[in-house]
Design a protein around this ligand. Structure first.
Ligand code: ZN
Length: 262
């Protein structure tokens, strides 16, 4: 009698298990509430919205060679491909679907102010030591948003270089600062879309070559005048506020990166 009761109890427990599991899945809270941004649904091709736009900012550095991820809030093939590359780079299942695993990794990578772990606003806004985001052709808000996109691309580049530190020696510059340092008249630095880099544990050429895979449409490095001590990267192709055309321009002749544009 006692044995029978026990047996029944075990069976009942076993039967209850799947139910428990299902209830847990249905009632699951978001994987992680994040100080910067929390995604509330899975994202995949065909979806659109601000949550897609937020995702695009963070995977823009995984655009693939000579390509960019539009920040348009529409999850198309390019966004899916970028998510896949992001997933591969961090050892996740590369299915091109942004779900709990991908979000958990993004939460781990982003600080509460939404900057990626290894770069900060203060590193990008140090132009001539003034700080801040004003004094350029765009509003401070727009400039800062551009700098955030720049940083997520840098985070991808850094990952590609084997997680070796990359120092930003110049990011945003006000018009005044840009003039002071002798920057080009319509320099991408004015818009928050550029960064001058000095990799700490890899060569300038390694950084210049890798930058081609991480959403940077402007690259100048060794062999290009005045670029033997740093690599300049920018996002001129996405910049619709500047006066230059939306093309890719790369030149680092000493690194085998051709002069000219396409
Ligand atoms: Zn530069």
């Amino acid at each position: 009698m006692r044995a029978e009761t026990l047996k029944r109890a075990v069976v009942a427990f076993a039967l209850a298990l799947p139910g428990v599991a299902i209830a847990t899945v249905v009632a699951a809270p978001p994987a992680h509430a994040d100080g910067c941004y929390t995604w509330k649904r899975n994202l995949y091709q065909g979806r659109s919205g601000d949550d897609v736009r937020q995702l695009q900012i963070r995977v823009a550095g995984w655009a693939g060679t000579r390509d960019i991820v539009e920040n348009d809030g529409r999850y198309g093939p390019k966004t899916a491909a970028a998510v896949k590359r992001f997933q591969s780079a961090y050892g996740l299942k590369a299915d091109g679907v942004a779900g709990p695993q991908t979000y958990t990794k993004l939460y781990a990578l982003q600080d509460n102010d939404c900057t990626p772990r290894h770069f900060s606003y203060s590193e990008l806004d140090n132009g001539c030591g003034l700080g801040g985001w004003s004094g350029g052709p765009l509003s401070a808000t727009k400039t800062k948003a551009n700098a955030l996109r720049t940083m997520w691309k840098l985070e991808a580049l850094r990952r590609d270089l084997g997680d070796k530190p990359v120092l930003v020696t110049s990011g945003f510059r006000s018009k005044e600062c840009n003039q002071q340092v002798g920057g080009a008249a319509d320099s991408q630095h004015l818009y928050g879309t550029a960064a001058d880099l000095v990799p700490q544990d890899s060569s300038l050429c390694d950084a210049a070559r890798a930058a081609r895979d991480h959403g940077f449409s402007g690259i100048y490095g060794p062999g290009y005048p005045d670029h033997d001590d740093h690599v300049h990267v920018d996002s001129r192709r996405e910049n619709n506020s500047d006066q230059t055309s939306n093309t890719t321009v790369w030149s680092a002749p000493d690194c085998g990166i051709g002069a000219g544009s396409d």
